[in-house]
Design a protein. Structure first.
Length: 239
């Protein structure tokens, strides 16, 4: 159904590449290649450069942060700047659902080619009021397309939202942590898989994904990977 809608919309209102202006897609193949060429090599937690050895083992986690991280591996497409900022913000705040395709492709190509086949893709689900305003759950759509590209199983409804307050409007890390801790529940109808690929759009303080990971581990998960589209630059963090 999503593919049919996307095709209809692409004819009625064709997308323009947000990097070069070419008509046809929100990010053309050439510009996808350019984004991927500028590989993000910083730690998602502390923003230090990650050594080649540490990256091979943990992705975007330095050796120090990997010791305490809840995630076995973390993969980030890039910083929330320039073309990635335009892509994510227009997708998230302007409901440009056609942007899901290139964003999922960027995520897939940021991850290793040898991604384990037993990883189960689980999105950070969106609060209900934002699903209603957009007309779709933007992270479920990304996760669906990523799972299809990677040939992985998808469990879109494993994490349930328990409130309607988004992290976007919270001023500081302590508020974000407090909100995140009461934001999720595990669906009682679904058995938690052993290996999970958690998917989110923006990493700021990590409160949301860390809370979700704790719940999943408490429910029986053994290993969790994290894939996020962008890391919020630290210079813009609320103090």
């Amino acid at each position: 159904m999503d593919t049919v809608i996307d095709k209809i919309l692409s004819v009625i209102a064709p997308h323009i590449c947000k990097s070069c202006g070419e008509q046809g897609t929100a990010l053309c193949k050439r510009c996808i290649f350019n984004v991927l060429q500028n590989k993000y090599t910083k730690c998602v937690v502390c923003s230090r450069e990650v050594s080649a050895g540490a990256f091979a083992k943990h992705g975007n986690l330095c050796r120090v942060c990997a010791r305490t991280s809840l995630f076995a591996k973390v993969f980030v497409v890039g910083s929330r700047e320039k073309v990635l900022q335009h892509l994510v913000d227009d997708y998230k705040f302007n409901s440009e659902r056609g942007t899901a395709e290139p964003l999922a492709e960027l995520l897939a190509k940021t991850m290793p080619a040898t991604t384990p086949s037993d990883l189960i893709v689980v999105p950070i689900t969106t609060v209900a009021k934002n699903v209603r305003s957009r007309g779709f759950d933007h992270m479920k759509l990304i996760a669906k397309k990523l799972a299809h590209i990677q040939h992985l199983r998808l469990m879109p409804d494993l994490l349930l939202r328990t409130n309607n307050l988004t992290q976007h409007f919270l001023a500081n890390p302590s508020e974000r942590r407090a909100n995140a801790e009461k934001s999720f529940a595990i669906s009682p109808r679904v058995k938690i898989p052993a290996k999970i690929l958690l998917v989110d759009d923006i990493f700021t303080t990590g409160a949301t994904v860390n809370t979700a990971a704790k719940l999943l581990y408490a429910g029986g998960a053994k290993e969790i990977w994290l894939a996020v589209i962008v890391r919020q630059p630290q210079k813009f963090h609320a103090k």
